[in-house]
Design a protein around this ligand. Structure first.
Ligand code: 0RA
Length: 668
């Protein structure tokens, strides 16, 4: 008997050792390729750590067990996320001989295995699990309140310091999980959290989960904000349309079919733009998908039926309202919960589940027809607006036709000032949209003409936020962009027709430059959004300073970098005497005045000040340049910012600028 027992134990030990090795391998894989799990190791990836833990707490809320999440950014760069969920299970796993808590915290993708029947996240960057956060943290601790006891465990770079221990008891009903972590400096380029970035996601989650209170505390700045929206999606839509004039009260639709809850709120305003945000299990589905298609189909059909039935559109008028006519002025939030979501698309943010289309379509069809029967005046207002949109669409089509006849939008007749590249495989080609003819000239000379095209544009392009579509199409600079990019516009827009894989905006590093960049981004956001969604739009980063000492020439892209370079140059000069360390600041590019032995700093005011070689080596050479990818991660926030900065209302714009002047540096 003794022998059998020993064999069993030895087998268990082997299994235990094997499992531990797997855990270590898993953690190592995450630390070796962090970007594969969290996107990048810059500020975005850093904030992803908080989102990951918060999303887990929200999953508990989705399961119906959590009503509060508190995030605290501490002075020592650690972050605590605390919830009132069930608490991560702590019971001992018979084979692994470890607490389930340790498994959830250290094994990749272990988090979801416990609870099959829940709305969890299974694709994209989300849902990688707290173990990934643990692996990328210099230090982490977890505290679980469950069944009257408090359990805890600590980790160093994902490895437990000791087994899970009980450290006392608590009174009352408050179960929950508290996780504190310190992002690893060895992994991240920066470990500084930004209040507004964290707040953005928490605000969004509070709108999407009306019973959950989200609290954000920043001990480094003594700031605290509570997000709690009892009106849920209705409050969300009101917030999105804060600066637009709405035509009616928000329409709210709720229903559930086949275990798929659907919640939608929409309203129409007098704006020309569409502002629709869709979510699956609290994840922003930027690329849309079947839920959005279901909504649009039902919206178009239901309104058309109502309009004909009630004589709002005469058969003789020959107007038929298409899906596009229902877009103008529409602000909507769609939130569905799907048990096993399939995410597709370039950035894995497109819902693929076919059944969801008909679920949403049926629910919206039923509830919206009921609503319209009871709210005739709202129905009439919306249909009037859409009829006018249909008429404008017809006018725009004629305008486009007219311009096309003049060849202005046609890719067969590329704009004269475009210096195109010689190869024509879009994937390997890029276009620089450059502010001003002189910078355009330098860029044309400095580029690699095989794969880089240059389109110089003159001054400030039209502010599309305030213009009707036919005015937008008449604008020369915008015409040049449309025909150079080649993906068409309006009903003809097709992101796959883009002639370039990268569209890079290159403007001066000054106030005017950032204004022009905002105007360009507004145009792309409103009329070529899919190009941004698929990650094709970038912002060039020209250097701010050139720092020269003797023969050494270095470029700094911000003030921090400038200080670092200066410090190093000064240190290099130590031991030698006096004049070596003298720093001469030169305002304009005027190397003539440079002292041969001192350090000279030139501040670049504009791209035009750089010669072609400098522009190539600092800003355009793929080997050495930094370009920022524009993303739609916080599409709702982006919408809000464009409306604030570019729309009609003056007051909120002034408030925004006062609040963000330091960061935004936008001239409006
Ligand atoms: C695994 C299973 C269950 C809950 C959790 C994990 C959980 C994870 C986190 C992360 C942060 N807060 C959390 N709260 C819960 C299900 C628990 C059960 O069945 O009792």
């Amino acid at each position: 008997m003794a022998k059998k027992k020993t064999e069993e134990i030895s087998k268990q030990n082997q299994e235990y050792t094997a499992k531990s090795i797997n855990v270590l391998k898993g953690l190592e894989a995450v630390r070796k390729r962090p970007a594969m799990y969290i996107g990048d190791v810059g500020s975005r990836g850093l904030h992803h750590l908080i989102n990951e833990v918060v999303d887990n707490s929200i999953d508990e809320a989705l399961a119906g067990y959590n009503d509060r999440v508190v995030v605290t950014i501490h002075k020592d760069q650690t972050v605590t996320v605390e919830d009132r969920g069930r608490g991560i299970p702590v019971d001992m796993h018979p084979v692994e001989k470890k607490s389930a808590l340790e498994v959830v915290m250290t094994v990749l993708h272990a988090g979801g295995k416990f609870d099959k029947n829940s709305y969890k996240v299974s694709g994209g960057l989300h849902g990688v699990g707290v173990s990934v956060v643990n692996a990328l943290s210099e230090w982490m601790s977890v505290e679980v309140k469950r069944e009257g006891k408090i359990y805890f465990q600590e980790y160093i770079r994902g490895i437990p310091k000791a087994s899970v221990k009980q450290k006392g008891t608590y009174k009352g009903e408050n179960t929950g999980t508290k996780i504190t972590f310190k992002p690893d400096r060895e992994i991240f380029k920066t470990i500084k959290f930004n209040f507004e970035t964290v707040a953005e996601r928490m605000r969004e989650l509070a709108y999407l989960n009306k019973d959950v209170t989200m609290i954000l505390r920043d001990e480094t700045a003594d700031e605290e904000e509570t997000f709690r929206f009892k009106g849920g999606l209705i409050d969300f839509v009101k917030y999105l349309d804060e600066q637009r004039n709405s035509l009616h009260k928000p329409v709210y639709i709720e229903g559930e079919k086949e275990n798929t809850p659907v919640e939608i709120c929409f309203e129409y305003s007098d704006s020309y733009n569409e502002n629709v945000h869709t979510y699956v299990n609290n994840i922003n589905t930027i690329e849309g998908g079947t839920h959005l298609v279901g909504f649009r189909t039902a919206l178009t059909r239901t309104f058309n039926n109502y309009a004909y039935k009630n004589g709002l559109i005469k058969e003789s008028s020959k107007i038929s309202l298409t899906g596009d006519d229902f877009k103008e002025g529409l602000t909507a939030v769609i939130s569905v919960k799907v048990m096993e979501p399939q995410f597709e698309g370039q950035t894995k943010t497109k819902l693929g589940n076919g059944e969801v289309k008909s679920i949403v379509e049926t629910i919206v069809g039923e509830k919206l027809s009921e609503y319209l029967e009871e709210n005739n005046s709202v129905a009439k207002k919306i249909i009037d607006k859409c009829v006018r949109a249909a008429e404008a669409r017809e006018a725009a089509r004629k305008a486009r036709e007219l311009i096309r006849r003049k060849n202005a939008l046609d890719t067969l007749h590329l704009p004269g000032k475009l210096a195109d590249c010689s190869i024509n495989d879009p994937e390997h080609c890029e276009i620089y949209i450059v502010e001003g003819d002189s910078a355009g000239g330098s860029a044309k000379q400095g580029r690699d003409r095989r794969f880089q095209a240059i389109l110089p544009i003159k001054g400030k392009i039209l502010n599309v936020e305030k213009a009707k579509i036919n005015k937008v199409l008449e604008n020369q600079e915008i015409q040049a962009i449309i025909s150079a990019v080649g993906s068409g516009i309006g009903e003809d827009f097709d992101p796959d027709k883009s002639r370039y894989g990268k569209i890079i905006l290159m403007t001066d590093a000054d106030v005017d430059g950032s204004h022009i960049r905002t105007l360009l981004l507004t145009f792309l956001y409103r009329h070529m959004k899919e190009l941004i969604a698929s990650g094709k739009v970038y912002i060039a980063q020209p250097p701010l300073y050139k720092i020269k000492k003797g023969k050494e020439e270095l470029y700094a892209f911000d003030d921090d970098e400038r200080e670092k370079i200066l410090k190093r140059m000064k240190a290099d000069g130590k031991g030698k005497k006096s004049k070596e360390d003298e720093i001469v600041e030169v305002e304009e590019e005027s190397e003539e005045t440079t002292q041969t032995k001192g350090i000279t700093i030139s501040r670049y005011k504009g791209l035009g000040e750089m010669n072609p070689e400098q522009l190539w080596s600092t800003t355009m050479n793929p080997e050495t340049r930094t370009i920022l990818q524009v993303n739609l991660e916080s599409a709702a926030a982006a919408d809000k910012i464009f409306e604030t900065l570019m729309g009609d209302a003056v007051e909120p714009r002034r408030d925004f600028i006062e609040k963000h002047a330091k960061y935004a540096n936008l001239d409006v």
